[in-house]
Design a protein around this ligand. Structure first.
Ligand SMILES: CC(C)(COP(=O)([O-])OP(=O)([O-])OC[C@H]1O[C@@H](n2cnc3c(N)ncnc32)[C@H](O)[C@@H]1OP(=O)([O-])[O-])[C@@H](O)C(=O)NCCC(=O)NCCSC(=O)C[C@@](C)(O)CC(=O)[O-]
Length: 313
């Protein structure tokens, strides 16, 4: 299969990126990050999650952030929802898409959402129905599709089984997530092919964490199978609170740099995206994890009274 000519990126930085921060990130900072991503040309942004604040306190300001965003009609805003309670809370903030999240690993399902895979699917069924009844699209995130922090390797058959269950409850599309970043290109392709048994290539996205530096290679491996939807985090933010040691997603800047270098259109202004990455990194008080973002910032002329690559906000 030839490479796709265009790619759509969902930046998951505000949600996946910031859910694992030790420090408190104010709602205003999250909102400003979403605005910078919008200005950079992102057309899908995963903003927050409506999960239990006892489990993930970093997302407790979910409604506040959704409320504060200056929404644009050409942008889709998604939020994570683990159950009906989360859906009912989320719906008031008018998400364009909700994301139910399941795992290909039984142990990770228990640690992350406190139930088995089968129980999670039972929980999602009414959520999907209710979302569709209100015209809200539903994505199913599939975690641990190549490896699990508790079980080790995950077989493609486990991914196929989860994709079948999610198809059965009617989710519109799915993410193939390498939650702990242990995937390598051929393993990622096997997980994607298992998913294609139940979802068309246009309904499948890649979501690769970069713990072992494999995420760019894995993105290319997915492109080779025709996948053209990806999730990534500006500045490589992130990690999962229930996957110890896992680092952030592949940095959006790095993915965009690769895609533009291959002549693949993303609709994203890389320079403005780098600004967004510098902004959130400055707010968090640490350098960006994006290699491309850092390289581009270093080449910028030094502004008066500021360090190279600094950004005014
Ligand atoms: C699913 C539960 C709620 C089960 O947690 P539980 O403790 O089994 O739930 P429960 O139904 O027994 O309720 C316990 C308490 O939570 C409340 N509650 C219950 N639901 C909600 C809700 N939606 N919003 C707000 N509050 C809620 C509920 O009302 C109750 O409050 P209390 O009576 O004790 O005061 C919990 O395990 C949870 O919130 N887990 C979320 C964990 C999480 O967000 N993990 C990170 C997601 S990232 C990911 O999964 C991977 C992904 C998507 O990024 C892709 C990848 O990289 O792999």
């Amino acid at each position: 299969m030839g490479l796709p000519s265009k790619v759509k990126i969902i930046d998951v930085g505000p949600r996946d990126g910031l859910q694992n921060e030790k420090q408190v990130v104010p709602a205003e900072v999250k909102t400003h990050l979403v605005h910078l991503l919008q200005e950079a040309g992102l057309r899908e942004i995963e903003v927050t999650s409506f999960v239990s604040p006892k489990w993930v306190p970093q997302m407790a300001d979910n409604a506040q952030v959704m409320q504060a965003i200056a929404r644009r009609a050409d942008i889709e805003y998604s939020v994570l929802v683990p159950n009906m309670k989360g859906f009912e809370a989320a719906v008031a903030s008018r998400p364009d898409e909700i994301v139910v999240f399941a795992s290909a690993s039984e142990s990770f399902s228990q640690k992350n959402i406190n139930c088995s895979i089968a129980e999670s699917i039972e929980r999602f069924a009414p959520v999907v129905q209710a979302a569709h009844a209100q015209g809200i699209r539903v994505r199913g995130a599939m975690s641990c599709t190549v490896g699990c922090p508790y079980e080790g390797d995950i077989a493609p058959a486990q991914v196929e089984s989860l994709a079948r269950l999610l198809r059965g409850v009617g989710v519109d599309r799915v993410d193939v997530a390498d939650t702990i970043g242990v995937g390598t290109p051929l393993k990622i392709q096997r997980a994607l092919e298992a998913t294609f048994k139940h979802f068309g290539v246009d309904q499948v996205s890649g979501h690769f964490h970069d713990t072992y530096g494999q995420a760019i290679g894995n993105t290319l491996a997915a492109l080779e199978l025709g996948v053209w939807n990806f999730q990534s985090s500006v500045a490589g933010l992130g990690g999962c609170p229930y996957a110890k040691g896992a680092t952030g997603n592949v940095a959006t800047e790095d993915v965009v740099f690769m895609l533009h270098g291959m002549g693949i259109d993303t609709g994203i202004d890389l320079d403005r995206l780098v600004d967004a990455g510098l902004y959130i990194s400055a707010q968090l008080g640490r350098p960006s994890s994006s290699r491309a973002g850092t390289a581009i910032a270093k080449k910028r002329p030094e502004p008066e009274g500021g360090a190279p690559g600094s950004v005014c906000v």
